[in-house]
Design a protein around this ligand. Structure first.
Ligand code: HEM
Length: 529
């Protein structure tokens, strides 16, 4: 088989560039995102974005926004400029809505709302902060020709000016940068299955496993420079959207004043000047992890269904289908999983071209079925729980006419596939640990987010024996110094909220974050063959 054929992406309906995807940086643009719109007409946006942190500190950011001219988007000339405009307007708008130590503002003025909705429509994304705006299009390189890794990356914009916030985005950017390498392996895996080349399938699976392991190592570097307390209480509030935000003062969402608000599919169903809700930014909007799921055939279901109690049951079912598949000479199609509603919803917060890429890849890739059908002689699944060790059938049935070499290739293919699934499961385990430390522990912490003092109630004073003297006049304590958890406004800050020990901590989607993530992790486990 010619090498070129294995590297080609002809199995997709469109070229990679049509999806704004490349085999070097994957979902990140091939060139560094532009750091300033070249047309000086847009100087007011650029200048204001450069001063966000200082103006917020001075308490005059919103006043400055109200002085902005309403600029037209017609002078933007190409996709990269639209992406830069999207980044600028997302940072300006979320800074305006959430303010700094101020109540949330539910009306976004036309000078931001109108152009933001227009540029969002162009890139096929909702007018809200997304993984694309803070991670994919918000980086620059120190050394232009050197690798896109954490030693060489800086952010363009942040909400708070903190190195912790920058690190949060950059770790994510460094992970996204690995998507080029992943796509090279995935393309070869799919070609290997189309042309039935098991050796290439094994090699590319091994490469994908190495890349996933590297990504897990990068993820673990989150702890180095992103303090969990600062993340939860200072950074995360700006990433919040306006869905499920009643406690933060945005029960109805916000009004994009005078703007036509388009849904990600390009429809405009919301009357002008009515409230609109969108979910906020989350790395769940990353296409990078979703392509691994697609490549390995991880099936996702709604949170309350799909996973069999017995890990083996899913595989046994798939094997039955595979056997009948062979009998029917591939006239039978494998059952598709319905998908997890939250993960599918997160696709709506990806740029249109990336969303389309995932859909088309999902319709094309049958790699798990290929492995399943080609390893039926040797696969043997664990009798109990998932284990990192790989089970290969001890003895191959005597009636089997297959040659030793064929059996050995089957074993290698099965091992390579299961190792890759294990690598993805390890990534998800590491990510769950991060969510515990950065979100759950912070939300349940007994430290007041504003003063850093304990929120534990002070013991009630003993009953006075003699009438207490009149209290000396004291300066009133700041509101955040109160000892109660609720309704202290400082304890509800965008997505950041203090909760009691027995309460669940919600993710961006408004559901129990940890149980959702465990569900997705367990679906990964049950993919193993
Ligand atoms: C401080 C760091 C991070 C925190 C606190 C965090 C938090 C969360 C939370 C709470 C969820 C649940 C759904 C939601 O609320 O949106 C989630 C989902 C997810 N996150 Fe993260 N995350 C972090 C970093 C990352 C990074 C760097 C990636 C890499 C791309 C990532 C990838 C994902 C993915 C793919 C999901 C969807 C569930 C899955 O596929 O396993 N996260 N994250």
């Amino acid at each position: 088989m010619a090498v070129d054929e294995m590297n080609s992406w002809n199995f997709m309906p469109r070229s990679l560039s049509a999806y704004d995807v490349n085999l070097v940086n994957g979902f990140l643009p091939l060139e560094e995102p532009i750091s300033r719109l070249p047309d000086l007409y847009y100087k007011p946006w650029e200048d204001l974005a450069a001063e966000v942190v200082h103006l917020q500190l001075a308490g005059i950011f919103r006043q400055r926004v109200l002085k902005l001219p309403q600029l037209s988007t017609h002078r933007l000339t190409n996709l990269r400029e639209y992406q830069r405009a999207c980044v600028l307007l997302s940072f300006l708008s979320h800074s305006y809505v959430w303010g700094h130590n101020q109540p949330a503002e539910e009306i976004l003025p036309p000078c931001l709302a109108v152009p933001w909705c227009e540029v969002s429509r162009y890139v096929g994304i909702s007018p809200i902060v997304t993984n694309a705006t803070v991670v994919l299009w918000n980086w620059r390189l120190f050394e232009k020709n050197a690798a896109l890794d954490l030693q060489n990356l800086a952010t363009q914009l942040t909400f708070t000016g903190s190195i912790d916030e920058s690190w949060f985005y950059l770790v994510s950017t460094a992970i996204e940068a690995k998507s080029g390498e992943m796509l090279r392996s995935i393309g070869r895996m799919i070609n290997a299955s189309i042309h039935d080349n098991k050796q290439v399938a094994i090699e590319s699976l091994n490469n994908l496993t190495s890349t996933i392991n590297e990504v897990t190592k990068i993820l673990a570097r989150m702890y180095e420079k992103n303090d969990p307390y600062l993340f939860y209480w200072k950074t995360r509030q700006y990433l919040a959207g306006w869905e499920n935000m009643k406690d933060a003062g945005l029960e109805n969402g916000i009004i994009y004043k005078d703007a036509k608000v388009y849904d990600p599919n390009g429809d405009c169903n919301t009357p002008v000047n009515s409230f609109k809700k969108f979910s906020g930014g989350s790395a769940a909007q990353s296409s990078t992890i979703q392509i691994i799921d697609i490549a390995l055939g991880v099936k996702h279901y709604p949170d309350n269904q799909g996973l069999s109690e017995d890990f083996n049951q899913n595989v046994q079912n798939d094997k039955k289908i595979a056997t009948s598949e062979i009998a029917q000479r591939r006239n039978h199609t494998f059952q598709q999983a319905p998908g997890n509603p939250y993960l599918l919803k997160m696709r709506e917060y990806m740029p249109y071209s990336h969303r389309q890429f995932l859909t088309d890849l999902g319709n094309t890739c049958n790699f798990r079925e290929y492995v399943l059908i080609n390893t039926l002689d040797v696969s043997d699944i664990s009798p109990t729980q998932f284990s990192e060790s790989i089970n290969i059938a001890e003895s191959v049935p005597a009636t089997n006419q297959k040659s030793n070499s064929s059996i050995s290739v089957q074993k290698d293919l099965l091992k390579a596939y299961n190792r890759c699934v294990s690598a993805l499961k390890t990534f998800r385990d590491a990510h769950i640990d991060i969510v515990r430390i950065y979100i759950v522990n912070q939300a349940k912490s007994t430290v007041n987010p504003t003063t850093n003092r304990s929120l534990k109630p002070t013991p009630a004073p003993a009953a006075p024996v003699a009438p207490a003297p009149a209290p000396a006049p004291v300066t009133p304590a700041p509101a955040a110094d109160t000892q109660s958890k609720s309704p202290n406004p400082a304890s509800v800050n965008g997505l950041a909220k203090q909760v009691d020990d027995d309460q669940t901590v919600l993710g961006t989607g408004g559901t129990d974050a940890i149980s959702f993530l465990k569900h997705v992790r367990d679906e990964t486990i049950s993919t193993r063959l």
